[in-house]
Ligand binder design. Sequence first.
Ligand SMILES: N[C@@H](CCC(=O)N[C@@H](CS)C(=O)NCC(=O)O)C(=O)O
Length: 223
Amino acid sequence: MLQFYYNPLSPLSRRVWIALLEKEIPFTPITVNLKEGEQFKRELLAINPFHHVPVIIDDGLRVLESLAILDYLECKYTQNSLLPKDPSQLAKVRMAQMVANNELSALVIPLISETQDSPNLKKAKRKITRILSFLAELLASNAYFGGDSLSIGDIVAGNAVILVGKLGCDLSQIEQIEQWRDRLMQRQVWQQTQPNDRQLAIFKQTVQELIQLQGKNQIISKI
Ligand SMILES: N[C@@H](CCC(=O)N[C@@H](CS)C(=O)NCC(=O)O)C(=O)O
């Protein structure tokens, strides 16, 4: 059976976790305790030399990098497809995915580390508003980025947007985004995988500790 190395508090693991559950792929979960530094153990470094989760091992194939894993799962397991065939829908799905991955994810750091009156926090929030407006434009009147059904774009962008919402960004400023977030959160898989308040507090504390240890710039790729 497919082995899934992950941590339930890791936002990038959550992308893969959701895809596995949404596609109803049987898997064995293996929790890596990042707080205890388990990712640096010899056996885990053999699986991912960059000491990151998520990683999957499927039929003897090791796949790391969350976006590569999502594409692999979609290609190998055709049920409950997460990618549209229509070119314009596919373009929208990929834009949502890439903008969330390349522009939005890094802004989680200032939301956690900056004080309320900090200019960096204000700047980050302004950029988040710009990103949310762009995502709303992509959604237009559709339920999801690829049309009527959930896609990889919704999984990657949805996780990032839900997280920035929980970290104090006002999602109600854009009605379409708030409704889309609510639509995602009505899905049983999303209710099962999103962190509760206690888990969110632990995640924030872990990020703060990493910032103190390594500095803000170094940890952006690690959350
Ligand atoms: N680009 C990788 C990044 C994975 C990543 O940074 N994972 C974090 C958790 S969300 C991690 O394992 N951090 C532990 C560490 O850096 O030691 C991906 O998308 O899979």
